[in-house]
Design a protein around this ligand. Sequence first.
Ligand code: GDP
Length: 823
Amino acid sequence: FAKLIKTLIEIQNILKTVQLDKGAPRLPSIVVIGSQSSGKSSVLEAIVGRSFLPKGSNMVTRRPIELTLVHTPHSTETYGEFPDLGLGRIRDFSQIQKTLTDLNLAVPDRDCVSDAPIDLRIYSASVPDLKLVDLPGYIQVHTRNQPRELKDKIRGLCERYIQAPNIILAVCAADVDLANSEALQASRRVDPLGLRTLGVITKMDTVEPELGQAVLRNQDYPLHLGYVGVVCKPVTGAHRGSSGTTSRLAARLGRGGGETGGEPLTEQQYFQLHPAYRDDRQLRLGVPTLRSTLVGVLESHMASHLTELIDNVQSELEEARYQFKVHYSDQRISAESYAMDTLDQLKRRFKDLTAQFGRHEIRREIRRMLEERAMDVCAQVYWDDAHVKQLAELTPHVLSALPAMHNYYAMAHPRGHAPSSSGHGAEVNGGGNGDQYGQPLYWQHKLERGQSLLTKSGVGRWSTQLIVDTLLRNLRGLVTEPPLTYHPGAQQLIMQFSEAMVRDRYLLAVEQVENTLKPLKYEAECSDAEWREARERTLANLRREVSLCTAALHRLQEQVGKRKLRAAMKHVATLARDPHNPVELAADSPLARSIRTARPTVPAAVAEVVEGPGEATIPVGVVESVGSQAAAVHNSSSETAGDYDDPHGTVGTAAAAAPARTTTPVVIDVDDDSGTDSTPQAVVYSPRLLDLARQALYLRHRRVALKYRLAATKFRACKSQANRVLCPEIFLHTLAAKLASHAVLFIQVELLNEFYFQFPRELDHRLYYGLTRPQIYQFARENPQIVHQLDLAERKAKLEEVMQKLLSIVHETSGSGSGVGGG
Ligand code: GDP
């Protein structure tokens, strides 16, 4: 039956984690009780053969220790484990002692003791298969450190543990009268006949052998299971006994004579020494006897519960199986399989994503971005140029007189450098004479500048960034879908390692892309088909640009009021004609940004475009709060209110502050319909209004320019790339397309392919193979939909395991002819 008790203890430990019916039978445990200093710890350590329990006069065990001893006959290793703490195998037993001390000290003083048992398992070839529960020792006296409450709580705790069917190991010291043994008293309350109580008499060396013999004979306080006498400490001279025979026997054992001195005796030697023990065959003596008695008692008590237990486990198992079938159609699940499934799902979606996010899509994305930049460049180089109208007036005929573009480069920049991007028209032609805008060379140079601006605008960085952003955005979308929504930690982890992976490749990709783009900075030939395509997209983009301007203008009109805005625009236009008072749109004004965030340009002058017929209404005076924006007021002061100056911004309203020396400004209410008033008045415009008017002028200027360009792009001449000087927008669009396809190739190779390859592997590693079982378990349990299923599956699996073990016991015992069970 060597295996029987082992299997039974295994069953018991599994059942401990399965919630059974309240009335369900339990397998008995051996619970160890005894007064403090009765030698309880020494007995347990003697059974284990190692010292591992906390000691010290102040040290009180505050939690039960469930001590499972596992006999490992084929192993030379002895180690302990705390399964609940996950500390792994502990080979240093002083470490076990320390852990137990810490666990004890962790119980708060106000609680005194805790019911929660500490699970400790010890594996060794020299321990029997056995399970014992060590309970706090009864305390006799209560001192300041050990209040009455502690005493009561310990009693209560022990009381709960000594209930049937548990076996009570009552530890009593031989030098204390059994009548005073707290352990025996407690046992008698719950087990009057001593049917399940085994007495252990410790410190047998401290009493006369005859007295010890009498105690063990079990007559004064009879127990059905009887008593075992032990000595758990080497016996020194003082305790060798007092009768004369002792020294003689000691001499026979070769230990030298004398009542004191000599080498300490072992337990076995001590019992051999005294005839009262040695010659009484009825007595049970020594720790080895105690061990085998305990194994036998536990085994037989457990076996007596088997039949009942099998019935119970069987019905629980059937119920669990039924539930699992009904609710989860028998779908197998474990924390591992759930984690695997989740990752597989994610990997599948990732694959779909990579398919969608193919080279074609990436190229389109980058091209779109580069076209935006091309439009920015056009705005900067062409649309803000007041002479852009004249570009459309050039004819292909005139153009044909131009030298080929790269020849021109060769002439103008013998060392192969591109022209300076800061060059304005005036610088290009050097002289700045009035006719330069009609010269093809002027426009040719502009085209080169445009090319240079577009290719040198950091295409590598921008396009790589765009792809990285899109990729990460898509990934973010991916990980926020269920079931990952239940796993915020995993979501964060995935994004973190993805970002790190991208970061690793980013700079290399940028560098590679920039390298491949180098030739395009000076040369860009394209096919006729590419030109045609670019022309189509140019037209669409120009139209969109026009409508953006129109929409922005409408917003302004709505904000300010049509009439008021027009008047203010007129005012600004008048000012703008004054060469000493240039009017510029603040580059960082919200509106300028809202037209297109990336647009870097500031209109040089806006006066020209507002001079059209039908715009000539008299300015309407509008007075708004001047506030503290004195600087802006100053801007408009030269004509409207020459002496008006308030650098400290202390003026409340324009009316109040209007200087009396000059014409008094007329204060007209905002809603007043006085637009037809033909008498010009000195007026003050609020800085805010002036700013908005400037923005409106800018937009109108832009729209006019765009309409010119739209018309020009439709020219027949623009169908041929030979006339690219005439159609810079198309040219820059072909360039954008070229840049995009070059860029995409390298981003794909340097960044995406690597990422696509690594991501699923990284996912497996970080969220599965790199995790411990408890971590996977915890991961799965984050999903509330899975928790119940997991619990049920786990319960079913445990009950199945228990059932299998139970049946194996039945099989073995019936095979060996000895019946088991029968309660
Ligand atoms: P516990 O408080 O019940 O756990 O008792 P301990 O095991 O700590 O023992 C209390 C004291 O009795 C210690 O000083 C031990 O050394 C001593 N002791 C334990 N067993 C024996 C024994 O068999 N003989 C003698 N003489 N002393 C013992």
